[in-house]
Write a protein that binds this ligand. Structure first.
Ligand code: NAD
Length: 300
């Protein structure tokens, strides 16, 4: 049976490195590193994410700015908020919580973010830096995947990776981050044929399709490292009338019988995302000030 990767414990470890790094940087910077989070509307999941981001930013010793606006805000006003945060020298990281209301173009808003403050790694500039192998801020969730895979398997050079899903947020950057580790990467998506056969050869499977339990145990190579990014709320009649639960994109029990390592949902990849958001904020603060990365987060 697989060893279960404890994403909460891993995230707590990274948070503690960030906290130490903040202490190392703060005196040279003359202020605490600062993350600004912009939240539009009342989406309940977004409220929870933002609350957790603010809490962990502050727990790591960084300053947090939270900007909340009504869902009826106009695009131009939201762009103006991001521009003001770009111009504020005391702000190191800017994050606009997705999804945005339908009348706002998320690309326009994201492209407004100064790439040097783009702690989600979502701007075209950040994506270009990743593809070119240039220094820059990398998307948080896939960074968490690579870090956990390295903890589980050690050196990743030459490993074969199947990434399931090609979103800008997860799948595509995951493919390039594993490529950066000298893995051989197969980037699959909803039109991919013979996905089970591809998975059967993979040392690492990154499941990010948003399809509950689509990856079956029989697809997994013995001993593989299975990283389940999916977060899907499904009916759970066993919890009584109207009950629901969270499941990943992997049929966990089956996959755990064949995998060497597996992340649970919840408590696997999820907590790692905020950990790397904090890492990115600290990196951005150092880079913007022309200072070396704090010792405590080297290698992260
Ligand atoms: P998305 O909907 O933008 O992209 C899904 C991708 O999966 C698409 O590229 C699509 O081609 C592919 N896909 C769909 N069906 C497929 C199939 N049957 N076979 C192969 N590929 C298929 O989603 P996203 O934003 O990348 O998120 C994916 C999942 O990860 C969601 O469940 C989301 O909630 C979760 N997520 C978790 C975190 C975290 O912190 N753990 C962060 C971001 C997203």
């Amino acid at each position: 049976a697989a060893s279960v990767i404890d994403g909460k414990a891993a995230a707590a470890l990274i948070d503690s490195h960030v906290k130490a790094g903040v202490a190392q940087l703060e005196s040279r910077l003359g202020r605490a590193p600062c993350l600004a989070v912009v939240l539009v509307g009342e989406d309940p999941a977004s409220q929870v994410y933002v609350r957790n981001k603010v809490k962990r930013t502050e727990a790591a010793g960084m300053r947090s700015i939270e900007i909340r606006r009504d869902a009826r805000i106009e695009e131009a006003e939201l762009v103006g908020i991001v521009e003001a945060l770009n111009a504020d020298d005391a702000v190191d990281g800017i994050l606009v919580q997705m999804p945005l209301p339908g009348h706002i173009d998320p690309y326009r808003v994201v492209e407004t973010i100064d790439p040097d403050k783009d702690v989600d790694g979502l701007t075209a500039t950040s994506a270009g830096r990743l593809v070119q192998g240039a220094p820059g801020l990398r998307p948080c969730t896939p960074s968490g995947c690579v870090w956990l895979a390295r903890q589980a398997l050690g050196e990743l050079s030459g490993k074969s990776v199947v990434v399931i899903g090609r979103s800008i947020l997860v799948g595509k950057p995951a493919a390039f981050l594993f490529l950066e580790q000298n893995c051989t990467v197969m980037l699959s998506h909803s039109r991919t044929l013979d996905l089970p056969e591809h998975c059967a050869r993979a040392d690492i499977v990154v499941a990010a399709a948003g399809r509950p339990e689509m990856v079956k145990g029989a697809w997994i190579k013995e001993g593989a490292c299975v990283l389940d990014v999916g977060i899907n709320r499904v009916d759970a009649p066993e919890k009584g009338e109207g009950g629901t639960k969270l499941v990943g994109d992997v049929a966990y029990d089956e996959a755990a019988r064949r995998a060497g390592f597996i992340t649970p949902v919840p408590g696997g990849i999820g907590p790692m995302t905020i950990a790397f958001l904090l890492v990115n904020t600290l990196k951005a603060a150092a880079a913007r000030a022309g200072l070396a990365q704090p010792e405590a987060i080297r290698g992260l």
